[in-house]
Write a protein that binds this ligand. Structure first.
Ligand code: THG
Length: 261
């Protein structure tokens, strides 16, 4: 499983404050902790910390780059913010994200093509987030075809079936599992699939349990990557155990210890 850290996000009060005050050490400490926990990439999301999203994104990239070469996942809906982040990165970044809206694909796909970056694509279009798996798969197919025309092979696309909070959309997780199963059949090589796991448990009481159970299910139908907090011990234990059960890593009685080493 490709782990993307969710923690460098202006949604968190401490991060919001660090961005506003340009407290580099605070951001760098989170980055290093998340990598130690098992993150291979770091999602960078400035949130609402400042009106200057471009300046904040560049600052985040530069701050994190001082302490690690890990892949940076540039997370913003605005193309200008992603573009500025991409320039600050140079290489080794993921674009997070485009939608299937024509206006977005027209901007984000050429950036991915030019820079060679992998790109996350949300299965939503001008009509918003679809309510059915079928519609999401249809949008995914459109993304893959449009990307191929720009020279981006399906294995460079991380489709995101869009995770909604369980307390307002309880019918959605099952539809996401159906979507993941089906989009894997769309192309050869297949597209990859990523989810923002914590969206599921936003505003709920049993965050770790909800996240862990759903992660295991999503891995079972072919999830490739996940945005989460690797410092959540239960969640990571379930993730590592699921890798064992799917025969992705070799079993030993000390498999948890071995993975962490
Ligand atoms: N897909 C893609 N990118 C994404 C998401 C996605 N990026 C952002 C987000 N979703 C993933 N990151 C988070 C980070 C934190 C939380 C949820 C998703 C979160 N925070 C807690 C809450 O709201 O309850 C705590 C916040 C706080 O402490 O203030 O849940 O889906 N491609």
């Amino acid at each position: 499983m490709y782990i993307i850290s969710e923690r460098i996000n202006g949604m968190f009060t401490a991060v919001k404050k660090a961005i506003a005050e340009r407290d580099k050490a605070a951001i760098q400490e989170i980055a290093l902790r998340q990598i130690k926990g098992g993150a291979r990439a770091l999602d960078l999301n400035v949130g609402t910390a400042t009106d200057d999203r471009i300046g904040a994104m560049i600052w985040l990239v530069e701050s994190v780059r001082e302490v690690t070469d890990a892949t940076l996942c540039l997370d913003n809906p605005k193309f200008e913010v992603i573009k500025a982040g991409a320039e600050a990165c140079g290489d080794n970044f993921i674009i997070n994200s485009t939608t299937a809206k024509e206006a977005d694909l027209d901007q984000f796909l050429p950036l991915a093509a030019e820079t060679g970056a992998n790109i996350i694509a949300l299965t939503l279009d001008e009509k918003g987030v679809p309510n059915t798996a079928e519609k999401r798969v249809e949008i995914a197919a459109r993304i893959i075809i449009t990307a191929e025309a720009s020279g981006i092979t399906p294995d460079r696309i991380y489709l995101d079936p869009i995770t909604l909070p369980i307390n307002v959309a309880q019918d959605q997780p099952k539809k996401m599992l159906e979507t993941i199963t089906q989009v894997k059949l769309l192309s050869d090589p297949p597209p990859r699939v990523v989810i923002g796991l914590s969206n599921l448990s936003q505003g709920t009481k049993e965050k770790s349990l909800l996240s862990s159970a759903f992660l295991a299910m999503a891995m079972g139908v072919g999830l490739d990557a996940v945005i989460l907090d690797p410092e959540d011990r239960l969640l990571m234990d379930i993730m590592i155990t699921s890798e064992i059960l799917l025969n992705n890593t070799i079993y030993s009685n000390d498999y948890l210890k071995a993975w962490r080493a």
